[in-house]
Design a protein around this ligand. Structure first.
Ligand SMILES: Cc1cc2nc3c(=O)[nH]c(=O)nc-3n(C[C@H](O)[C@H](O)[C@H](O)COP(=O)(O)OP(=O)(O)OC[C@H]3O[C@@H](n4cnc5c(N)ncnc54)[C@H](O)[C@@H]3O)c2cc1C
Length: 404
């Protein structure tokens, strides 16, 4: 039996950040259990035949939180990053239009653009229709039938793998906040207003080693605390002491792993188990191809239902150490067909936590109960939220401060 004060489950960016927070505060009494043979989770990268591949799909650094940059640069200096003005496009009806489509309709052929604009002006919101109750209704209500039918509905179906009717409305701060008026203004000015975007117009990317270089740098000082190839399968409680896998005794557990992998190994009441069933996720395949890159885009969104993947990434346009040529795709598992042309394929079993209706109540019940057991959930899976890596870092820092 090994005893530590803190046991962290999962060595992704959240678990590693929490570990570093402990270490920086002079507390070395912790271990990190990681199921895989390396830390990093979704933020890992691989170099394959000279191509830099972010195995968890397209990862770029962009944050609204200065403390996150400070934390990252403490491990990997600013000079190790290149900065890019984001070039992302939507391939629609044979045309490539800057993202987001809704404020760049003027880039479409003229008649097409007119049809889109008229449909947008006839949206439910302008007609005073009742407010939507799910994401599919919201698309039509906010942006009209044409944008919904040709772009948002098919794209979202491809990305999430569930119908938009099943998705809640309480995560829409993650997507552009565009109203019909903004669509018209953008067409008149022939310019998209960045203030409507949830993220910045530029991003940072490591000059060497892919996005995973960030993880490698954060993981380095906590290496002696990592216990690899060791999934958490059970958490038992004996008074104030928790026992993980029957092997590790600790005063508290920080869980960053998906709850549906952790809850079955806890003696949770029926209501908590039931709440856990409201938490859904999807699986993404990331496939690398050696091919000419004939675009200046960093990535392209592909709503066409006839194409299996939903995004394409053009690696040499942002990974300066990647060899020429080289792109990769993201495909939701149910649409994936094995492709002999792929140089490498990675399966991300847990890619996106899906904000299906009821998810927020479900995770609140799970988190509230787990906290009473001395188990604190944090990060993309620990809080079951569509967080980017920067928000995971911030959440881990904040949890550390709260528990200190
Ligand atoms: C397609 C895609 C694109 C993205 N793009 C961006 C982007 O551009 N910028 C950005 O900042 N973020 C992006 N993200 C989000 C980012 O990947 C996540 O927010 C972040 O990696 C989550 O970190 P985490 O540590 O919370 O979870 P994870 O990275 O999933 O780590 C969880 C860890 O727990 C381990 N684990 C699982 N079960 C167990 C168990 N039972 N016991 C022990 N260990 C276990 C896993 O092996 C894993 O290492 C993207 C994500 C995806 C899927």
């Amino acid at each position: 039996m090994t005893s530590v004060k803190t046991l962290i489950i999962g060595g992704g960016i959240t678990g590693l950040t929490f570990s570093r927070c402990l270490q920086r505060a002079g507390d070395g009494d912790f271990l990190v259990l990681e199921a895989e043979d390396a830390p990093g989770g979704l933020c890992r990268s691989a170099i394959i035949d000279g191509h830099v591949l972010d195995t968890g799909g397209g990862h770029f650094l962009c944050s609204r939180h200065p403390e996150v940059y400070d934390f990252i640069h403490e491990h990997l200096p600013r000079a190790a990053f290149a900065e890019f003005a984001r070039v992302s496009k939507v391939r629609i009806g044979g045309t490539e239009v800057d993202y987001p489509l809704e404020t760049n309709l003027w880039q479409l052929p003229e008649d097409e653009a007119i049809d889109y604009i008229i449909a947008t002006l006839r949206n439910g919101e302008s007609r005073g229709e009742p407010a939507p109750t799910n994401y599919a209704e919201w698309m039509r209500w906010r942006l009209g039938d044409r944008i919904a039918d040709s772009y948002l509905l098919p794209y979202n179906r491809k990305q999430w793998g569930v119908p938009a009717e099943a998705m809640d409305l309480n995560w829409l701060h993650k997507i552009p906040n565009v109203r019909a008026r903004d669509v018209v203004r953008a067409c008149l000015l022939r310019r998209s207003d960045n203030a409507l975007m949830p993220s910045h117009a530029s991003f940072f990317y490591p000059r060497q080693g892919g996005f995973g270089a960030i993880i490698d740098a954060i993981a380095k000082p906590v290496q002696p605390h990592l216990v690899l190839r060791t999934p958490c399968t059970r958490i038992d409680r004996d008074g104030d002491v928790l026992c993980v896998n029957g092997t590790y005794r600790c005063a508290r557990v920080i869980n960053t792993a998906p709850w549906d992998r952790i809850l079955p190994g806890m003696d949770a009441p029926g209501a908590v188990r039931q709440a856990g069933t409201l938490l859904r996720h999807n699986t993404l395949q990331v496939a690398l191809y050696a091919t000419d890159v004939r675009t200046d885009a960093h990535w392209i969104y592909v709503p066409d239902p006839a194409v299996a993947h939903h995004r394409e990434f053009f690696i040499p346009n942002y990974a300066l150490d990647s060899k020429p040529g080289g792109m990769y795709t993201e495909t939701e598992l149910s649409r994936w067909q094995p492709d002999p042309r792929a140089l490498a394929v990675y399966t991300n079993a847990y890619a996106y936590p899906i904000p299906t209706i009821g998810w927020k109540d479900g995770i609140s019940i799970v988190l509230d109960w787990a906290r009473t057991q001395g188990v604190h959930g944090v990060g993309r899976w620990g809080q079951w939220q569509y967080f980017n890596g920067d928000v995971c870092i911030r959440e881990a820092m904040q949890l550390h401060a709260r528990l200190a």
